[in-house]
Design a protein around this ligand. Structure first.
Ligand code: AP5
Ligand code: ZN
Length: 214
């Protein structure tokens, strides 16, 4: 399966991806996770991306298209993939179409994690992540067994630099102006399914699985 998960910050894309990935043996390509890893290790890509990410603005189309094009060549992505947080502009969506055409494939489904903005601040400010795996927790909705510690590795959890109310406002503005048109782009191609992303995590999981089985 070749899938796209689209939705505002905190809508649950990163939470649902591992479940779907395991169920269908797909690779999970999160441009946000890949960019954060590049920033942490100060690669040339990370140096270019850091400022925009900290302000809650989008990184340039060329940079993210480049990382996705490269990642798709990985052997583990040949069975299929989940694109989490990409494409986020219509230009990225068009570039993705070209990339897939070159490989003789296309997107099977796009899940739109629809949710009201008002719920997102609590989700974002309560999030803690395990940086090397991308696993995320929430102090209220999905607490780790021991506060501040990853359940699986025992390593410390951290908060993302952009997970505060102020930067969230910019991220939401970017979503509404630049990413919402991408939802219409896929609606026209008749590959879009809307998910009620405000429900509890397990209910969202069932809805996602149902959408993918049809
Ligand atoms: P990115 O990392 O993609 O961030 P985002 O889109 O803002 O999305 P989030 O990761 O915040 O949300 P999520 O939907 O994954 O939420 P999660 O499941 O963790 O991008 C970061 C930055 O990188 C961008 O701002 C930009 O600068 C750059 N970038 C990335 N991709 C780019 C691109 N293509 N083009 C240009 N720039 C790009 O859930 C959030 C919290 O809520 C967690 O704590 C979780 O436990 C909890 N939670 C999840 N589901 C539920 C539920 N159902 N009920 C209650 N709590 C829940
Ligand atoms: Zn995410």
């Amino acid at each position: 399966k070749r899938l796209i998960f689209i939705g505002p910050p905190g809508s649950g894309k990163g939470t649902q991806s591992p479940v779907v990935k395991d169920e269908y043996c797909l690779c999970h390509l999160s441009t946000g996770d890949m960019l954060r890893a590049a920033v942490a290790s100060k690669t040339p890509l990370g140096v270019k991306a850091k400022e925009a990410m900290e302000k809650g603005e989008l990184v340039s189309d060329d940079l993210v298209v480049g990382i996705i094009d490269e990642a798709m060549n990985k052997p583990k992505c040949q069975k299929g993939f989940i694109l989490d947080g990409f494409p986020r502009t219509v230009t990225q969506a068009e570039k993705l179409d070209e990339m897939l055409k070159r490989r003789g494939t296309e997107i099977d489904k796009v899940l739109n994690f629809a949710i009201d903005d008002s719920v997102l601040e609590e989700r974002i400010t309560g999030r803690w992540i395990h940086p090397s795996s991308g696993r995320s927790y929430h102090t209220k909705f999905a607490p780790p067994k021991t506060p501040g510690v990853d359940d699986i590795t025992g390593e410390p959890l951290i908060q993302r630099k952009d997970d505060n109310a102020e930067v969230l406002r910019s991220r939401l503005a970017a979503f509404h102006s630049q990413t919402e048109p991408v939802i219409n782009y896929y609606a026209k191609k008749a590959v879009l399914t809307n998910i009620h992303a405000e429900k509890a995590p397990q209910e969202v999981t069932s809805e996602v699985k149902k959408a993918l089985s049809s």
